[in-house]
Write a protein that binds this ligand. Sequence first.
Ligand SMILES: [Zn+2]
Length: 332
Amino acid sequence: MPHSLKDCVIPVYPTIKALDVDGLAAGEHKFWFAIATDAIGHPQTLPVLVFKGQKPGKRLVITAAIHGDEQNGILTAQTLARSIKSKIQAGTVTIVPTVNLSGIARHSRDYHSAAPDSSSTNLNRIFPGNPHGSDAERFAHSLWINLIQPNADLGIDLHSQTSGSAYPLYAFANYQLDDCINMAKLVNPDVILDDPGDPGILETVYNQAGIPAITLEVGVGRYTDSTMVARAVEGILNILKHYGLIAGCAQLTEQKFIEGKQITSVRANQGGFVICHVNLLQKVSKGQHLASQFDSFGDIVEEYYSPTSATVISHNVESVRAPGSLIVRLLK
Ligand SMILES: [Zn+2]
């Protein structure tokens, strides 16, 4: 039944301060996870879905929208939740579709603090957080300590490119860990980056804690990309099949993904309007014309050329570019 504020109905699910999937009965559960209070003392609650099979098995945690403007991750998590209903036969799938509440509500990448002396924060650079730090650090810490770490044998963190730029279906995987490579390949992505992981990123913190995890980028920032969402859902279903959480055989597509470890980002040397001349997954040669930049009068001010032979894995889709903004990202 649809919920509406007019009827003063908030979906009534148990509110929890910590999750323990091992203590739950088999079946499907929905919770409000009280991650922290807000500045007026109200609980900030994240929706959490748990699907538990009858048999023991891997416990997978899926998070989305740690960056609030990356809505294709949210749509992937929600679509996956609808498609695995009554299908989990072993293990547990825990889904947190909307992590960064303050960012999502503002179509913004960052966590927005209400503390007068704080700036907005990139949540995916401060994991595992700090129980004595800023509100953003406490938020990240509560998510990691009370929800993710105790309930995960494997992790998938869903993202997309940030607003104004596009990615294909793109997995970050630590090649030192077999389960990370496995999961990344099972997604049937366009691109896999061999990624040792930067500090503060949730995927890095998972891997350092002995929980193999990947970051999955689902297409363009902010705007709906149904094709990419459908591919990401199919990819995660493949992971669930491979680890025996749902019935069926994982299918790897014929089309080969591109893999690499060396990223080159071509960034705007000055502000202005940038029209990109290349497409996602296009192979470019050294010196190839990538993009043209115009001033506010529409006069050309700069041309951009590829510094190397590589494959285009991201480009801007919004023309307005501040100095230093991404124009084209290349993978070698
Ligand atoms: Zn992101």
